[in-house]
Design a protein around this ligand. Structure first.
Ligand SMILES: Cc1cc2nc3c(=O)[nH]c(=O)nc-3n(C[C@H](O)[C@H](O)[C@H](O)COP(=O)(O)OP(=O)(O)OC[C@H]3O[C@@H](n4cnc5c(N)ncnc54)[C@H](O)[C@@H]3O)c2cc1C
Length: 505
């Protein structure tokens, strides 16, 4: 059997491993941490349980497709519930807006804020859905190896819209539909999932409106950990072996071809194929010698690393009925907030904030009469502050949360608290510039312009995860796994594969 070594057991690594094992390869994952899931890890503290990273289960059809390829269904493993309300948005000033599962309600909500905005939302989501569905068919599941895939009538007939949407900004497009600043913010927040600001993100990504308005926001019972655990089990059932506490120190290259890895303890592991799920910057600049680097140090100087994050994991006494499962707090200084993060590289004050209250759906994540609350403050990548400075900022952000949500005694009710700072993203995951997500989805870092998933200098070396195509987020890295599978089995077609074929006896 051909041997594959995968560096890292993040979601992209687990999905790649599962596909390749099903295809008949002998697959081993070497993970530096003591758990699978990478950024999608968990924290247990004083009787409270938290998903420490992702919390939104979006693009359910991408996971359905993954499960189908692994011979099962999401329903069999995940206990998915559709969140209703999907989420609630608080503002610096002005009434909160709640987005429901029923789109007719959202149309009424928009209309009540701004006459005409209900119909505008319907048009916006219709345009978004058309581009989203076309992207799934042609742009996301492709390694861009054949122009023929893109020269299809399905793509060509959308060319004028696609051209307009790739050459204008997300913010510009949203303003064509709604004028209320609150509604604009509600439609623009999705760029946070892309690691970018609505002012720098191409309008093509307004396709994201399909995710919450058409397809819905789901949650696997037990949290994102349930998804990770399932992906790990499916990989293992297909024959994958995962070695934990096994940091990789370099990739062995012989005669221009990847031949395995060396662990920090100097163990040498031979392989025919190496796939790295670690951040691309780390893989390229730390695990490969300079002349084997497709993306050396100088390449990264002109790249946008996306945001980092200041995370708070809070055990709170009493209930928080003011919050939904997902709540978003948007400051009135919307533009300034993004500028602070992406251009001035300083801690945003005041800051837009995301709150995850998984105890709304999984009450057993906290002791009786308590809630487990995760606070995410998008932060500049590469920022260097002391731990004390982060603690002080955290207090200030908590005070902002009290004001914006009306939970005036939140700080007094915190019985357990832990921070995860940008530094932790660097030390824990080897994240480039301590980034939380990976390179931002600006135009220069999208599709064919994004760092590719196959080394140009080393044969049989591939990449999967948030740094490469198609991009960041759990569904995207799951698609990325299929792209690596396609490279390895020499499937040059665009679009999702129908099944995982057995390629190795
Ligand atoms: C706070 C936060 C919130 C998020 N929210 C969402 C959300 O709501 N929905 C969503 O879809 N996505 C969300 N994301 C993004 C999502 O979590 C990531 O895009 C995705 O999980 C990344 O998966 P990955 O395959 O790139 O691997 P990663 O999770 O980056 O894992 C890579 C693995 O490689 C290992 N590794 C690195 N270097 C080495 C080495 N030298 N040797 C051995 N192992 C190594 C690391 O330890 C890690 O386990 C969020 C991310 C964060 C941080």
């Amino acid at each position: 059997m051909k041997k594959v070594v995968i560096i890292g057991a993040g979601i992209g690594g687990l999905a790649t491993a599962g596909y390749l094992a099903k295809a008949g390869y002998d697959v081993r994952i070497y993970e530096q941490l003591d758990y699978a899931g990478g950024r999608a890890g968990t924290l247990d503290m004083d009787g409270f349980h938290f998903d420490i990273g992702p919390s939104w289960y979006l693009m359910p059809e991408v996971f359905e497709h993954y499960f189908a390829l692994m011979g099962t269904t999401a329903a069999e493993h995940l206990g998915l519930v559709q969140l209703d309300p999907a989420y609630k948005v608080f503002f610096g000033s002005g009434k909160p807006i709640t987005i429901m599962a029923d789109q007719a309600c959202n149309v009424c909500t928009f209309e009540a804020v701004e006459p005409g905005a209900g119909a505008a939302l319907t048009r916006y989501v219709a345009q978004s859905s058309d581009i989203y569905d076309a992207s799934l068919r042609h742009f996301l599941y492709t390694n861009f190896q054949s122009l023929r895939d893109l020269l299809k009538w399905d793509v060509i007939k959308r060319a004028p819209t696609l051209l307009r949407l790739t050459t204008s900004s997300y913010d510009h497009e949203v303003r064509r539909f709604v004028h209320s600043s609150r509604l604009q913010r509600v439609l623009e927040y999705s760029t946070v999932f892309l690691g970018a600001s609505p002012f720098d993100t191409p309008a093509i990504y307004t396709l994201m409106a399909t995710l919450d308005y058409r397809d819905g926001v789901f949650y696997p019972k037990g949290g994102i950990a349930t998804l990770v655990d399932t992906m790990r089990r499916l990989a293992e059932q297909a024959g994958v072996k995962i070695v934990y506490n096994a940091p990789v120190k370099n990739i062995i290259v012989e005669q221009g071809s990847a031949r395995g890895i060396v662990l920090n303890n100097d163990t040498r592991v031979e392989a025919d194929i190496v796939v790295s799920n670690g951040d691309m910057y780390h893989t390229e600049t730390a695990l490969l010698e300079a002349h084997y680097q497709t993306y050396p140090e100088r390449y990264w100087k002109a790249r946008n690393p996306g945001p980092s994050a200041l995370m708070m994991y809070l055990g709170v006494r009493g209930k928080l009925p003011e919050l939904e499962h997902h709540s978003l707090l948007f400051v009135d200084e919307w533009h300034e907030n993004f500028d602070a993060i992406y251009h001035h590289k300083r801690a945003p004050r005041p800051a837009s904030i995301y709150l995850s209250r998984a105890t709304a759906t999984d009450p057993h994540f906290a002791p009786d009469g308590h809630e487990a609350l995760v606070v995410l403050v998008p932060f500049p990548a590469g920022i260097e502050l002391s731990h004390d400075e982060y603690e002080t900022l955290a207090d200030e952000y908590l005070s902002d949360i009290e004001k914006m949500t009306g939970i005036s005694d939140l700080r007094e009710r915190i019985v357990s608290r832990q921070l995860m700072t940008p530094d932790d993203f660097g030390t824990r995951y080897h994240a480039w510039q301590y980034g939380a997500l990976g390179p931002a989805h600006t135009l220069r870092q999208t599709a064919i312009f994004r760092s590719r998933n196959k080394s140009k200098k080393v044969a049989n070396l591939y990449y999967v995860g948030g740094s490469t195509i198609p991009g960041i987020g759990m569904p995207m890295v799951t698609i990325g796994a299929e792209l690596v599978y396609k490279h390895i089995v020499s499937d040059r077609r665009g679009g999702p594969v129908d099944s995982i074929e057995r390629h190795v006896a």
